[in-house]
Each structure stands twice: as structure tokens, then as C-alpha cells.
Design a protein around this ligand. Structure first.
Ligand code: G4P
Length: 286
């Protein structure tokens, strides 16, 4: 990876605004639903959320579990559970796992519900906010969970104008806009992971280098996967591998010169769409 490019201080203004909004919204909610990308559960997590959401009930959703390694999904679930979190693996796109969330919400908010009961408050809806870094599937999740049939509850006194709550069943209200966390990548590998799932802007990256980093991870973690997908030998240097993919996919530019940029795009898109197989780039070290 081009270190100079990766060192760009990627903290755009809208992220500062998003953080401020999230801090404001935190006051209004009981529960934070944190969406992670199951392929990179640690890199897709902004550690600042622990501070932002302290004293709130928490649920972690390992989304895009359909694209991640099933064995690793189980291990990561256990990892977060061991840290005291309530965790589920889901596929927001097809709805797999969504039905189990209601039960988990009640578990996560048990204390609050009991406290309310003692005070004579019954059936006060739990208020939740979905948070996560860009592209992990927050909006897809809100749509799948709340569904189109749900009615927006509209503005309420004490709620900043324009804020909309979606009622999900009897006892839960969801803020209709997710809290966007900024990805963090002081660590080079984290930056690479985030780029590979499309969470950081492609403009700050060199595609060929990103594709080579991807092949290095895949060759180590899933030996044989590149050979199978592109019908190439996996040994040799990463630039040789990229050339082989370009040849195998017939990526040629003017004058029959290999178009490595095109080969890199193919590799990255294939990974993003799960066409290389179900892969988790961060192996759980429990
Ligand atoms: P965000 O709000 O967190 O930024 O993410 P968003 O919901 O926009 O989802 C980003 C992309 O990830 C979307 O694809 C969405 O369809 C896809 N996605 C979300 N959840 C899942 C999942 O569990 N599995 C898979 N395979 N994909 C998921 P897109 O390419 O931007 O749009 P589209 O091709 O779906 O139209």
C-alpha cells in the first residue's frame, strides 16, 4: 500500500457533524445496535463507540454474514459474547437472523424493563439507535428490521424537530436514521480492510496495491481460492499474481498491454461480492 496515500488524514467534515448528531441522539435512547461487517469484525468497529454509548444497552450485529466464513462467524460471536455483548450474525439483505433480534433486545434491556416495572412504568417502548461505519449495511438493516409496514411515529415533544422514530412492534422504537461512525485506520492493515469492504473512499487508494494486499491475505488464509477462481498458479510474487489474473481475465489495454488496473478492480469486486467464496479477513484470536 502506498503509505503516503494511506496516511491521508481521512476525517471529513461530515464525520464531525455525524459525531455531534450521534452525541445528541444518545441522550434519547436506551439501546445501541452496533452493525459490524462480519468479514472484518475488529476493523469495522470504531472503539470510540464504547465511550459514546457508555451506560447504554448494546447489541452487536455481525452483518453480511453470508459473505463471511461461517466458522469464523461462530468464533467471533463467541468472542464478543465473552466480552459481555449480546451478539447475532445476520444477513440484512435477505433478512436471515432478523427475527431473533426482538428476543435479544429484551435480553439486552432486561434491567431497564425491570427498573421501569418497579417504578410502575409498564410498556414504555425501548428506544434504539443503529450505529456503524459507512457501508456495513445500517440502512439495509433498518429497512429489513422495521419493514415497510411500520409506521413512523412522527415528531414528539422534546425531540429535535425532524427526528423520526419508527415503531417496531409494541415495545420498540428505532431512530430512522443511523448513527454514522467514522472508520479509524492508524493501523495500515485496518485501512486496507476498510478499503476492501468499500467503507473508505476508493479515491484515496491505489487499486493495484489494494488488490495485491487482498491476494496476499487470501492466499494465506484461503489457499487454493485464487487458483480456483482465476485458474492461475498461486506461487510467486504478488505482482506476478496480478499479471496472471489480468491474463486469465483477458484485461488488455491499448497495444495489447496488460491492464493491471482492470484486473485489480475485478479482484476487489469479486471479493466484495463474495465471488471468491465466503471469507473472513480477520481471524478470531480467542
Ligand atoms: P450503510 O447504510 O451502512 O452505509 O450500508 P447500506 O445499507 O447502504 O449497505 C451497503 C451495501 O451492502 C448495499 O449494497 C447493501 O445491499 C449491502 N448489504 C447490506 N447488508 C448486506 C448483507 O447482509 N449481505 C450482503 N451480501 N450485502 C449486504 P450496494 O451494492 O450498495 O447496493 P445493492 O447492490 O444492494 O443495491
Amino acid at each position: 500500500m502506498n503509505d503516503e496515500k494511506m496516511n491521508v488524514n481521512w476525517y471529513p467534515g461530515h464525520m464531525t457533524k455525524a459525531k455531534r448528531m450521534m452525541q445528541e441522539n444518545m441522550i434519547l435512547i436506551d439501546l445501541v445496535i452496533e452493525v459490524l461487517d462480519a468479514r472484518i469484525p475488529l476493523s469495522s468497529r470504531n472503539p470510540d463507540i464504547d465511550d459514546l454509548a457508555k451506560n447504554k444497552s448494546r447489541i452487536i450485529l455481525l452483518n453480511k454474514s453470508d459473505l463471511a466464513d461461517p466458522k469464523e462467524n461462530k468464533r467471533w460471536m463467541q468472542y464478543f459474547e465473552a466480552k459481555g455483548a449480546h451478539v447475532l450474525e445476520i444477513n440484512a439483505k435477505t433478512g436471515v437472523g432478523i427475527k431473533s433480534i426482538r428476543g435479544l433486545v429484551e435480553k439486552a434491556c432486561k434491567e431497564k424493563i425491570e427498573k421501569d416495572k418497579k417504578r410502575g412504568i409498564v410498556n414504555r417502548p425501548i428506544r434504539a439507535m443503529v450505529v456503524g461505519i459507512p457501508n456495513v449495511g445500517k440502512s439495509t438493516f433498518i429497512n429489513a428490521f422495521a419493514g415497510k409496514a411500520c409506521t413512523k411515529t412522527g415528531n414528539k415533544p422534546g425531540v429535535t424537530k425532524g427526528k423520526q422514530w419508527i415503531r417496531v412492534g409494541k415495545n420498540l422504537e428505532l431512530l430512522d436514521t443511523p448513527g454514522i461512525l467514522w472508520p479509524k485506520f492508524d493501523d495500515k492493515m485496518v485501512g486496507i480492510h476498510l478499503a476492501l469492504i468499500g467503507s473508505v473512499n476508493d479515491e484515496i487508494l491505489v487499486l493495484e496495491e489494494l488488490a495485491m494486499e487482498l491476494m496476499e491475505c487470501v492466499r494465506e488464509l484461503y489457499p487454493g481460492a485464487l487458483a480456483e477462481r482465476y485458474q492461475i498458479e498461486e506461487d510467486g510474487s504478488l505482482s506476478e499474481l496480478l499479471e496472471r489474473v489480468a491474463e486469465s481475465r483477458k484485461c488488455y489495454g491499448k497495444g495489447e498491454v496488460l491492464d493491471l488496473g482492470k484486473a485489480a478492480s475485478i479482484l476487489i469486486e469479486d471479493f466484495r461480492n463474495g465471488r471468491m467464496g465466503r471469507m473472513t479477513l480477520e481471524v478470531c484470536q480467542k
